[in-house]
Design a protein around this ligand. Structure first.
Ligand SMILES: Nc1ncnc2c1ncn2[C@@H]1O[C@H](COP(=O)(O)OP(=O)(O)O)[C@@H](O)[C@H]1O
Ligand SMILES: [Mg+2]
Length: 251
């Protein structure tokens, strides 16, 4: 798939596949093209070339069908602040056409699993960051999606909420679901993902399991961090950065 914004090629001939039941991490520096890729998958942006498919459904030809199988958390986590969490869930359920009984049952399970009972009737604006994140998670999982697409799900989360987020991701795959997430944080990719695709400048520059990437790292460089920096062409930049930092801090 290729996607440009005017002259700028944000994603260039990118190709990858997420296997059923796995956590796949798109790892890459800021501006690498991760969010663009996920937005195309959600049918929010039109690619210039190529296609994205969700369980065989083309995101452009049948965006509603594709989206019905996905729970998507965008990078900009804006919720309707003046609704209560319950109103948000009801709104999502009506947009998604989820039958009331099924929705209520699912809601009850999710609310209990995330220990959210006492916050359901509070206005979203009054919730802590952690509880807002829980509300978002519940709202994107109400229709029991088979695939979760999470854009930078760990940025800005405190330790406890990050832990909950990780558990949700793990339990979802243990139940047979799949997860595609993006991150620029190496530790997230390393600790959570079954397979990682390293993306830079809109291209896939490396892909594999942690073990595969580690083997590659040992052969080519000392650490995975170095491999990542090398694959994304940042190795020299970082060296230069450190040298000028040392100089500046000496003054
Ligand atoms: N709406 C837009 N209009 C123009 N350029 C954009 C837009 N969105 C993203 N870009 C550019 O496309 C490139 C990829 O961005 P993005 O997909 O957001 O990367 P990532 O999520 O990996 O940080 C960046 O150079 C970014 O500045
Ligand atoms: Mg992004």
């Amino acid at each position: 798939m290729t996607k440009s914004y005017g002259e700028l090629v944000a994603v260039s001939d990118l190709s990858f596949e997420v296997h059923e039941g796995e956590i796949y991490g798109l790892l890459g520096p800021n501006g690498a093209g991760k969010s663009t890729t996920l937005k195309v998958m959600m049918g929010l942006l039109k690619p210039d070339k190529g296609t994205t498919k969700i369980f065989g459904i083309d995101s452009q030809e049948d965006p509603v069908g594709a989206k019905s199988l996905v729970g998507y958390a965008p990078e900009e986590k804006s919720l309707y602040e003046s609704l209560t969490a319950r109103e948000l869930f009801e709104f999502v359920a009506s947009v998604r056409n989820i039958p009331e009984q099924r929705c209520n049952q699912r809601l009850e399970e999710m609310v209990k699993a995330l220990d959210f009972q006492e916050h359901v009737d509070k206005m979203i604006v009054t919730l802590s960051a952690g509880n807002k994140q829980k509300a978002l998670l519940i709202s994107i999982m109400l229709h029991a999606p088979k695939l979760l697409i999470l854009d930078e799900p760990f940025s800005g989360l405190d330790v406890r909420t990050a832990r909950i987020m990780k558990e949700v991701v793990k339990i979802h795959t243990q139940n047979g679901g799949s997860v595609l997430l993006s991150t620029h944080i190496m530790e997230v990719a390393e600790g959570l993902c079954d397979r990682i695709g390293i993306i830079d400048d809109g291209k896939l520059v490396g892909q594999g399991t942690m073990t595969e990437l580690r083997t590659q790292a040992k052969e080519e460089s000392a650490t995975l961090e170095q491999l990542f920096l090398r694959l994304t062409g940042q190795e020299d930049e970082v060296e230069i950065g450190i040298d000028s930092l040392k100089e500046a801090l000496q003054e």
